[in-house]
Design a protein around this ligand. Structure first.
Ligand SMILES: [Zn+2]
Ligand SMILES: [Zn+2]
Length: 628
């Protein structure tokens, strides 16, 4: 069980328990107070404020926040304190992990406390969701039902430790709104988008909690990126030592330059060369000294499917049955140096592309973490035995999980590149099954790559919510969460939107097709113009059902995704090709509306990167369809 209900006799409870306990009526909190420890850290103070403010929004009185409990009873203890530990709901948080929490409700007392720096704050959000029905729907929309005249809860005593200790959903709102990311209990970060400098990490071994601020900072575990190019840069070494860089099918890739003199994309170092290993190790140790708040320094292979196949590397890889052999051999050597110089710290590396297949004989050292990039078919569940791609992927993840306790996953929940961020992508149906199976394999963290660079993308709010909630607690019912989110966000207009969403999923599954995780054209998911029409019908119906300007605006935003689907016949036509006049005539009005709505709703990008700015796409389609 991921949620553990501790027995009253548990060692963790330090005070005597009354023989018959009663719960607490949250509608009758007049005269209560919120008790913080005198030395509460910023995130615990913020947790108390969040508790107080949301209770007020629910119609309860504004409870004073105090630092000492001056009378017996009617206290909400937020965070561990001397007074809390002496109270009838007292417990110690010693040994709690950074996000672990415990909630005790009994006999005129509530205690919500967790490990530092985030456990107490996450405990408050868990309490608000589970006992007051509050939902953090989007960054700007929190659903707070009135507490009413009677809301008896408890007695309660629950401890929660999230099975995934590293969680990040790659949506722009999570980067720019750290308050919302905290409410979703996302405790990490990915690419450098400014959040990394604003949301700090605790230096390893430090207890100076003032560093991380009111949202509790972020995990000290650094996601693995393609960084070997920085650890042994060809610009610096290739001229003098071409042998430091890879062979590929009998050729030295280092001498193949682009016209402008740049080295080929993703040029890998030769990982079995002793000098290369030494240079990488030296640079890792150097980086470790400079980043005391980073648990791990990474040696992530560059982004290319070509590995070094020189005789020396090939000998290792042949024996290990995979190019992960030379990757892990090098990573283990670096990890040994780190263990000698920085005990307790780690080295991360990828299982990606050619290194997805684990080695046959080697095991990563205990201080190595592996970030597996999972290229699954999104029409089927990760552990679906009938999907060939997923059988291979899942088996690899499983075997890695048997080799290491430090396995993290990089997953993809968006349509990539040319297909674009706005095209509806039916890949939400397996989140519950997938996340549960990952947790069961002991996966430590999940990065769900998505639309970090822009907003207004298909079902973005829903995606973010479901991915984040299910990462926090994979035992939840994802379908129920989705239904609830749609009802809250679209109100009376939810029904047709829901029908549209599930139609796409059902039709994709019924198509018998398989499609990898970076999304696809409509036809690659078995979808066609009838699904485009279904989208327009759903939007029309939703618009007539919408009962407020806020909901109408949300439905209009959703209509962008329907218009985008209508552009499938012309979206991928390259500049050197032309569009049939009949098709152009039919699609043109949809294109005009699509770009008009994108401008209105601030939808700026088709995908990541300068090439995919919305204006560029508009110019391209105007060329094909005639200017407007
Ligand atoms: Zn080599
Ligand atoms: Zn499949």
């Amino acid at each position: 069980m991921l949620t553990t209900y501790l027995a009253a006799s548990s060692f963790i409870i330090s005070c005597s328990i009354a023989p018959v306990s009663t719960g607490v009526d949250l509608a009758q909190l007049d005269g209560w107070d919120i008790v913080l420890a005198p030395d509460a850290i910023a995130s615990e103070v913020y947790a108390a404020e969040e508790f107080r403010d949301h209770l007020v929004l629910a119609g309860a009185p504004e409870l004073p926040i105090v630092r000492t409990a001056k009378r017996p009873g009617r206290h909400v203890f937020i965070g561990s304190s001397h007074d809390m530990q002496r109270s009838p709901v007292g417990f110690s948080t010693d040994g709690f992990g950074s996000d672990d929490l415990r909630i005790v409700v009994r006999d005129d007392h509530i205690a919500i406390a967790g490990g530092r720096p985030r456990g107490t704050l996450y405990g408050v959000y868990t309490f608000l969701e589970d006992y007051l029905g509050i939902r953090f729907v989007t960054a700007d929309f929190t659903h707070v039902p009135p507490v009413g005249h009677y809301r008896n809860i408890g007695p309660i005593d629950r401890f929660y430790q999230p099975p995934l200790i590293w969680r990040w959903a790659d949506f722009k709102s999570n980067y720019v709104r750290p308050d919302f990311a905290a409410r979703l209990r996302l405790n990490a970060d990915a690419v450098s988008t400014g959040r990394s400098t604003r949301i700090k990490r605790m230096p390893i071994g430090s207890t100076d909690w003032s560093i991380v601020g009111k949202y509790g900072g972020r995990s000290s575990t650094e996601m693995v990126l393609h960084n070997l190019q920085h650890l042994i840069p060809p610009d610096r070494y290739a001229e003098e030592h071409p042998e430091y860089y890879q062979m590929w099918e009998g050729e030295k890739l280092v001498i193949q330059r682009y016209a402008d003199g740049r080295f080929v994309e993703g040029l890998q170092p030769c990982l079995s060369h002793p000098d290369v290993r030494q240079i990488i190790t030296t640079n890792v140790l150097d980086k470790m000294a400079k980043t005391p708040d980073q648990l791990n320094v990474n040696v992530g292979q560059n982004d290319s499917s070509k590995y070094c196949d020189c005789d020396r590397c090939a000998a290792i890889d042949n024996y290990e049955g995979s190019p992960s052999g030379s990757v892990i051999t090098m990573t283990n050597l670096v990890a040994d140096a780190v263990a000698r110089n920085y005990p307790g710290r780690m080295v991360g590396t990828f299982a990606y592309s050619y290194s997805e297949e684990p080695p046959k004989h080697l095991r990563p050292r205990e201080n190595v973490l592996i970030w597996y990039c999972q290229h699954q078919c999104f029409i089927h569940a990760a552990d679906d035995p009938s999907c060939e791609r997923n059988v291979i992927q899942y088996d690899r993840i499983k075997r890695w999980s048997q080799l290491t306790d430090n396995l993290y996953l990089w997953t993809y929940y968006f349509s990539h590149d040319r297909r674009g961020f706005q095209l509806p992508l039916p890949n939400l149906q397996w989140i519950q099954r997938d996340f549960r199976s990952f947790a069961a394999l002991g996966i430590k963290g999940l990065f769900t790559q998505a639309f970090s660079s822009s907003r207004g993308n298909e079902f973005e709010g829903l995606r973010n919510y479901i991915l984040s909630r299910m990462m926090w607690d994979p035992t939840q019912n994802a379908k129920q969460l989705m239904d609830e989110w749609l009802d809250l966000y679209y109100g009376p207009a939810a029904r047709p939107i829901r029908r549209w969403l599930w139609r796409l999923h059902d039709r994709a599954l019924a198509s018998g097709l398989h499609r990898h995780c970076l999304g696809g054209r409509y036809d690659e998911y078995g979808l066609d113009e009838s699904d485009v029409q279904a989208g327009f019908d759903a939007i029309d119906e939703a618009m007539t059902l919408a009962d407020s300007d806020a909901v109408r605006t949300r439905v209009e935003l959703a209509s962008i995704w329907a218009y985008r689907a209508a552009l499938e016949p012309v979206w991928y036509v390259t500049a050197d090709k032309s569009v049939e006049p009949e098709v152009a005539k039919q699609v043109r009005p949809f294109a005009i509306k699509f770009f008009e709505l994108c401008r209105k709703h601030g939808v700026e990008r088709v995908a990541s990167g300068g090439y995919f700015a919305m204006e560029k796409m508009e110019i391209r389609l105007k060329d094909h369809l005639g200017a407007w």
